[in-house]
Write a protein that binds this ligand. Sequence first.
Ligand SMILES: Nc1ncnc2c1ncn2[C@@H]1O[C@H](COP(=O)(O)OP(=O)(O)OP(=O)(O)O)[C@@H](O)[C@H]1O
Ligand SMILES: [Mg+2]
Length: 239
Amino acid sequence: MSVLSISGLRVDVAGKEVLKGFDLTMSSGEVHVIMGPNGSGKSTLAHAIAGHPGYQVREGSVRIDGVELLDLSPTERARHGLFLALQHPMEVPGVRPVDLLAAAGASRVDLMARMRDEARRVELRPDVLERFVNVDLSGGERKRAEMVQLAILRPKFALLDEIDSGLDVDALGAVARRLQEATLEWDCGVLAITHFRRLLHELTPTTIHVVSAGRVVATGGPELAEILERDGYEPFRIE
Ligand SMILES: Nc1ncnc2c1ncn2[C@@H]1O[C@H](COP(=O)(O)OP(=O)(O)OP(=O)(O)O)[C@@H](O)[C@H]1O
Ligand SMILES: [Mg+2]
């Protein structure tokens, strides 16, 4: 069993404090969902954990089983069991998915065959695997390709920022199902940022966190998603 713990995280972006002491702890096999209004700092959390240079960590820690990820390079973070799917994935011309996966620690043995198997599971055309990472892929193909990467790398924890945005209903189902299966197949911990409860039809959350103005202001069970849908964020808003 592994534990991901984010504690007291303070992050500045463009000279402004966006994350103001963000705390969240989760274990293997759990599905935690982060919801919150636009601009509350959800993607900032993902970028800071990704080690994006524009996001300055002032304070706090992000640990997997006690290992401080913020001291590691992005590649080392991946090798320590963290998988990230950003809201706007970067195109990486010249790099093929197979090489990206090998760099992140995947064994090259039968790698292409395993990728094709995984592509089939999320109904991704296998020829997409031959193209450069994210280049000329549709929104749905990108998200399905990310599920292939996830399945090959088998991370301890996956942080996914709006993995449901722009997906048609079939792609949404495929992605949600694949994440749910990951929690069972290798006890993957899933941390999903989303605005929409429809992702949670096939991905069953253990815990919901509401973020406002750079910190978690409420944590609860799946019923919290229903309350948000009914009442909006106003009751949770802090400044
Ligand atoms: N690279 C950047 N440069 C300047 N400001 C930024 C940058 N990234 C984020 N911000 C600012 O930080 C705040 C939080 O942005 P963030 O993208 O984390 O919000 P979010 O919660 O992901 O919102 P959304 O739901 O719209 O995706 C916003 O005010 C945003 O304008
Ligand atoms: Mg965002």
